[in-house]
Design a protein around this ligand. Structure first.
Ligand SMILES: Cc1cc2nc3c(=O)[nH]c(=O)nc-3n(C[C@H](O)[C@H](O)[C@H](O)COP(=O)(O)OP(=O)(O)OC[C@H]3O[C@@H](n4cnc5c(N)ncnc54)[C@H](O)[C@@H]3O)c2cc1C
Ligand code: FES
Length: 274
């Protein structure tokens, strides 16, 4: 069992969870995830690592269903049944590049270790965080520490630039030389950003969130098609080249495992929840 040090709602529907562990930090890298089980009868769910130290690891999660609702009810001192990781491949390192990093919903939190790693490797980092409205944006100051510049986008214009990521990204790419775009967030955001950068021919790395069960490469549930080849999100990813992802296949596979109304919610969860 793993003791909860902190669990708090950061903005509506999005929570920070800090759990005690002395082991995970020793092998943790940007871009990796952990598998969490709220209780012994619960499902195993994957969550990105957003921070870690000798005593704990932190995750940011969006409350969307049974397991994340159980996590959202945790209090300091409670215990969770499973905390396994770090899992997945780390984000590929770059040096001296101009990188645009984009985060939406839980992906804003997931950017934290990736920005830190890019900045430590002497890249020029432009961070863009986006949400439906001002009250759904978070960690501005924290992410700014690891960014050369930071832009905020809200669909209703209550903070930063009004609009969606694609409008802003097109304008930014027209005027700035960019070597790499990196995206964390829901499937809709990763898809939209990849399709926006495709005509510019700028390499775009996306953190995918296919359904996972064992997260060790055994069950095959997380398979995705990348450049025509089958890959497992949990061991070959979860980060892939967004221009090589078969998005239709990814979305239809997610649909197999969930009810129609939940499927629509997963694709448009940003639209509904921010
Ligand atoms: C590598 C990876 C990293 C992730 N990181 C984060 C993160 O940092 N923060 C965050 O909020 N979410 C993250 N997710 C998504 C998160 O795992 C799901 O939102 C969570 O499993 C939902 O569980 P639930 O029981 O609350 O919802 P459910 O009622 O089971 O489902 C609600 C939604 O969650 C999706 N989902 C359900 N089970 C899984 C599963 N096993 N794997 C992936 N998606 C699932 C469904 O498609 C649906 O859209 C990540 C997913 C992956 C694959
Ligand atoms: S989750 Fe089972 S192979 Fe990836």
């Amino acid at each position: 069992m793993y003791k909860v040090i902190e669990r708090k709602q950061i903005v509506p529907n999005i929570h920070l969870l800090v759990v005690e562990t002395e082991h995970i930090h020793k092998n943790a890298h940007a871009g990796e995830f952990v598998v969490v089980r709220a209780d012994e009868k619960g499902e195993r769910i994957p969550l990105n690592l957003v921070d870690w130290d000798e005593r704990s690891v932190s995750m940011v999660f969006m409350e969307v269903g049974t397991s994340t609702s159980k996590l959202a009810a945790l209090k300091p001192g409670d215990e969770i049944a499973t905390l396994a990781g770090p899992l997945g491949k780390p984000t590929e390192k770059s040096e001296g590049k101009k990188i645009v990093c984009i985060g939406g919903c839980y992906g804003i939190g997931a950017l934290n270790p990736v920005l830190r790693m890019f900045k430590a490797n002497k890249n020029h980092v432009t961070t863009i965080i986006e949400a439906r409205s001002d009250f759904l944006l978070y960690w501005r100051e924290r992410l700014k520490e690891h960014s050369d510049e930071l832009y905020e986008i809200t669909r209703d214009g209550t903070r930063g630039v009004r609009g969606h990521i694609n409008d802003f990204l097109v304008e930014h790419l027209k005027k700035s030389k960019v070597d790499l775009v990196y995206v964390q967030g829901c499937t809709y955001l990763t898809y939209l950003a990849s399709e926006t950068t495709r005509p510019f021919g700028i390499k775009t790395i996306v953190g995918l969130n296919p359904i996972m069960v064992d997260a060790t490469g055994m069950c095959g549930v997380c398979r995705v098609t990348i450049n025509g080849e089958t890959k497992f999100g949990c061991v070959d990813g979860p980060e892939f080249d967004g221009h090589q992802v078969d998005w239709d296949n990814l979305l239809s596979r997610r649909k197999i495992y969930i009810r129609e109304e939940v499927y629509s919610l997963s694709f448009y969860e940003c639209e509904r929840y921010g």
